[in-house]
Design a protein around this ligand. Structure first.
Ligand code: 5RP
Length: 262
């Protein structure tokens, strides 16, 4: 791997590389979205090429689909795969119960559908995303474009009775226009600062007409692999209640870009 990667990128790479050790021949895999997930796709492609590993990938965004295809990973849609063995994805925040905030990359809807349709979800991350309580990262909520300003006002009204610290909301922009997700929707970011009861908030938000889904992932993630810039790894398994420590040697990965023709 290139020596000039930032410590955060090295941490993301370390987590991604360790996560693909969980992939077995013949698996149907959910492929997450974001910079950490992109490392995972690269590491997976290397196993496909070097070991002849046979996998079928179900991407969670158009950009992950493009990267996987470019690197020679066979991809299909979720309905063709039907049910998945494992999804590996990044996150924006995770708490001690492995409840997540996702959607910083605007792919939360496909990510949640794909992760929910998987036997197991592994989250790969750097240590900065571990929090005692969720909410410092703005919670993304995907809404349909029709009447989105009314939906935003309803969300704000609903937040008054929720256990949160902040109540500002903003529509995510792409230049002068609202950003449009792969599903043709908009994202409203909720600046909550602290979410006292994620389960209640998710339930209530999902009742608002116009809301498609929130970026709260509850009881979906099974394991988080936390990478550090020096190659150290912490692996938390919420089902086993275990925490393991491991380490990867970056020297073995010097050729990952050359191997993949980058
Ligand atoms: C995309 C996501 C990403 O997993 C999340 O934003 C983390 O991204 P990165 O790995 O680039 O830090 O939820 O919708």
């Amino acid at each position: 791997m290139p020596a000039d990667l930032s410590p955060i990128d090295k941490a993301k790479f370390a987590a991604a590389r360790r996560a693909v050790d969980h992939v077995q021949d013949g698996m149907r895999l959910g492929l997450g979205t974001g910079s950490t997930a992109a490392w995972m796709v690269r590491c997976l492609a290397r196993r496909v090429h070097e070991e002849g590993l046979r996998v079928t990938g179900v991407p969670t965004s158009a950009r992950t689909a493009e990267l996987a295809r470019e690197l020679g990973i066979p991809v299909v849609g979720l309905d063709e795969a039907k049910w998945l063995d494992l999804t590996i994805d990044g996150a924006d925040e995770f708490d001690p119960q492995l409840t997540l905030i996702k959607g910083g990359g605007a792919a939360l809807l496909q990510e949640k559908i794909v992760a929910t349709a998987s036997d197991q979800m592994i989250v790969i991350t750097d240590a900065a995303k571990a929090v005692a309580q969720l909410g410092a990262f703005p919670l993304p909520v995907e809404v349909v474009p029709f009447g989105w300003q009314t939906t935003k006002a309803l969300i704000e009204e609903t937040l008054v009775s929720m256990d949160v610290l902040g109540r500002d909301t903003s529509v995510r922009m792409n230049g002068a226009h609202p950003l449009v997700t792969d599903e043709g929707n908009y994202i409203i970011d909720l600046h909550l600062r602290r979410i006292g009861n994620p389960r209640q908030l998710a339930l209530v938000m999902n009742q608002i007409p116009g809301v498609v889904e929130t970026g709260l992932f509850i009881d979906i993630c099974d394991m988080v692999i936390i990478g550090h810039g020096d190659g150290r790894l912490e692996i938390r398994d919420v089902n086993q209640g275990t925490v393991e420590h491991d380490h990867i040697d970056f020297a073995e990965d010097r050729n990952i870009f050359a191997d993949l023709g980058e």
